[in-house]
Design a protein around this ligand. Structure first.
Ligand code: SAM
Length: 291
């Protein structure tokens, strides 16, 4: 079990910490078609995996860490010593061409930008201002542990459909798309509508249903909205889970919201006592509501 190396919008650290018992106990291969910070992958640390995302900078960072963790660590130590507001904007303005250079820039900006946001303008330039955190370097040996964890993973820049279409019996697929719903009722969803449309949600639901038919075990996390409940009503089990919203920068405006988790499989309660998955000391029925 490892913590993700990125702070990523929509990251699922909270899900693995509170709801680890929702994941299946046994599977041969793990697929994650909306990788982002990979909180679930690093929690489960599966032996075989296919990881993918359409964000090329993000995928490059994973690929570079898999092969060059030590060199990247050295570059980040150097940037730690030199870190300043001036350096942040200077590095933000660069466009390195090498795999390692791109990864170092990506990690440096992710660790020091405002709230770990990832945003690019129409020309593809990262345009997030500097944040308040100034920890650039990772703990000793941590990036090497990340590299070890990635050793047997195939990491790709592809659309989700390509990865989900590979899923077969014995596979576990964790599906965590950007959230969009049919009738927008909050700003977060509206903001994401440009990135991931309702048509994409329909295309995703079809790909998921085809994979379930082929025998794959699938878990989907999505917005707690009637359009999503309708979309996945015939896939398996729907659970409502609590989450503390961290979209607001100040803690006063953080609030508890709910999200949906859909599983194509039934929860095997007997397995949780074995400690393979993180198990909450409170009865799981206190946290999740069947829909
Ligand atoms: C909610 S985030 C995933 C967060 C991740 N589970 C974590 O714990 O950090 C969704 C990801 O989907 C990616 N994405 C958006 N559209 C996509 C598409 N059509 N195919 C594959 N990935 C896509 C985004 O780049 C983003 O990294």
């Amino acid at each position: 079990m490892l913590e993700p190396f990125l702070k990523w919008p929509g990251g699922k650290r909270w899900l693995v910490h509170q709801y680890g018992f929702l994941f299946p106990f046994r599977y041969q291969r793990y697929l994650e078609p909306f990788l982002g910070g990979g909180a679930v992958f690093f929690h489960l640390t599966p032996r075989r995996a296919i990881l993918s995302d359409t964000n090329g900078d993000l995928v490059n960072a994973y690929q570079a860490l898999k092969e060059h963790a030590r060199t990247i660590d050295r570059h980040l130590s150097d940037l730690q010593r030199r870190h300043s507001k001036k350096l942040y904007y200077r590095i933000r303005a660069t466009r390195p061409t090498s795999m390692i250079g791109q990864a170092v820039r990506f990690l440096y900006l992710n660790r020091t930008c405002f709230n770990g946001i990832y945003r690019v303008n129409l020309r593809g330039d990262f345009n997030v201002p500097i944040g308040t955190k100034d920890l650039v370097q990772y703990p000793k040996n941590y990036l090497q542990q990340i590299a070890d964890c990635l050793r047997h993973a195939s990491i790709r820049v592809v659309d989700f459909e390509e990865t989900i279409d590979e899923a077969v019996l014995g596979d576990f697929v964790f599906v965590d798309p950007p959230y969009t719903v049919m009738h927008n009722n909050n700003n977060f969803v509206k903001y994401n509508a440009n990135l991931f449309s309702w048509t994409d949600q329909l295309r995703l639901a079809s790909a998921v249903k085809r994979a379930v038919k082929r025998g794959a075990a699938i878990m989907i996390s999505n917005a707690d909205h009637c359009s999503i409940q309708e979309l996945y009503g015939d896939v398996g089990n729907l659970y409502r889970v609590d989450r503390l919203s961290v979209l607001a920068a100040d803690s006063l405006h953080r609030r508890k919201t709910t999200e949906l988790v859909i599983t194509s499989y039934d929860l095997q309660l007997g397995d949780h006592s074995r400690g393979r998955v993180h198990w909450s000391s409170v009865d799981w029925r206190d946290h999740v509501t069947d829909i």
